[in-house]
Design a binder for this molecule. Structure first.
Ligand SMILES: [Zn+2]
Length: 391
């Protein structure tokens, strides 16, 4: 219904930055009109939804790294590479609905096939999907990591054309496979796919056109070039070497100094099967690395890689938040990382990730305190997307 004033009330409010008590979020036309933390009575004509003294109001969560077109099955790569467009679009539609039910109201899709997330954004109404910041197919080398998504480009002319194509199509971010990956047959995570000059060219053109730039990188040897090229977010940041994981403190310090966002690949169901024995050997050192990155003061955001395999279903973000607390991140910082900080990382500052006048009314209502126990993020009483209740 239009022009109806909705008052969401709860005993506690996390507004994206800080915590307040006895809050009321006033919603009109899908947008937050006001947030009251004084306990004042809502306007008389408002429709009041009071979730009670134990409940928490939070901004809807943001997953900074997802794959809507991937079905989270054992053969996710084969399906996204070979299924017909309508089948992939159905997969993406289901994935989007699953995320919304988990309280994930904004996602940054960092690898679709053939720009299908843009079709999804157009065809599916807002209340049935999260807000989508789309990269389209990642830019990669011929036969390189995730080449089957349709984003192969090499050499200055092709790279510039690839960035411009994404801007014209309505993407808001460019994703580049700076080095190889674990899931593509024939790709080696340690192999650098583009040199510094190419990476710079892509980032500069993206920024010139008002797009942000995200770099996929596991390889320790490639991270320095990614930092130097000026990427806004670094995905994975895993410091893989031939000998395992080896954090380079000077690179982490530089990321902190420059304020680059680190999109940490957290969130997985138990029993995750590594894609190869090499990957298995490498990822043994991941918990220690993640703990160090979290403690460094870097601007960390959770990017789950949801969709790529069975351990990463599309609604895995709440698990990622629980894992971040296990890695030593204070609960309040975990909440910030998946709301206001993530909004900044994905280019939605002020509109998403905050409960503040003027922001979109994407609201998550929990039954208990996530500060006391982060598993409360799975105790969902309601989800609102653009002011409409979707759960
Ligand atoms: Zn990914």
């Amino acid at each position: 219904m239009r022009n109806t004033l909705l008052a969401l009330r709860a005993g506690h409010v996390f507004d994206g930055t800080d915590v307040g008590r006895s809050g009321t979020v006033l919603v009109e036309d899908g947008v937050i009109r006001d947030v009251d933390l004084t306990g004042a009575t809502p306007p008389e004509h408002a429709t009041v939804r009071d979730f009670g003294p134990d409940a928490w109001l939070l901004p809807g969560l943001i997953d900074a790294h997802v794959h809507l077109c991937w079905d989270a099955g054992r053969d996710a790569v084969a399906h996204v590479a070979s299924d017909d467009r309508d089948t992939v679009l159905d997969t993406a539609r289901d994935a989007a609905a699953t995320m919304l039910r988990a309280g994930v109201t904004t996602v940054r899709d960092l690898g679709d096939r053939d720009f299908l997330t843009l079709d999804l954004r157009e065809r599916v109404p807002a209340e049935r999907r999260p807000d989508i910041v789309a990269a389209g197919p990642p830019i990669t080398t011929r036969g390189g990591h995730c080449h089957f998504l349709g984003g192969a480009a090499e050499g200055a002319a092709e790279l510039l054309a690839a960035v411009r194509q994404r801007a014209e199509r309505g993407c808001e971010v460019v994703k580049v496979m700076a080095a190889g990956g674990n899931m593509t047959p024939g790709s080696d995570a340690l192999h650098q796919q583009y040199g510094l000059a190419d990476l710079r060219l892509i980032v500069d053109e993206a920024h010139r056109l008002g797009l942000r730039a995200a770099a996929h990188v596991h390889a320790a040897d490639t991270i320095g070039d990614v930092i130097e090229a000026g990427f806004d977010t670094i995905e994975h940041f895993s410091f893989f070497t031939a000998e395992g994981i080896a954090l380079r403190q000077e690179l982490l310090d530089e990321v902190v100094r420059r304020g680059i966002f680190v999109s940490l690949t957290v969130g997985a169901l138990p029993g995750m099967v590594p894609p190869s024995p090499t990957a298995a050997a490498r990822i043994g050192g991941l918990p220690d690395l993640v703990a160090k990155v979290v403690a460094s003061g870097a601007r960390v955001v959770p990017g789950t890689d949801a969709g790529i395999e069975p351990a990463k279903p599309h609604d895995i973000l709440p698990q990622a938040l629980i894992q971040l607390t296990e890695y030593g991140m204070p609960a309040i910082d975990v909440l910030r990382s998946a709301t206001s900080v993530a909004a900044e990382a994905v280019g939605r500052s002020g509109r998403k990730g905050v409960l503040r006048a003027g922001a979109d009314a994407d609201v998550l209502v929990l039954g208990d305190s996530p500060l006391a126990d982060m598993s409360a993020v799975t105790d969902i009483l309601a989800v609102y997307r653009a002011g409409r209740r979707v759960r």
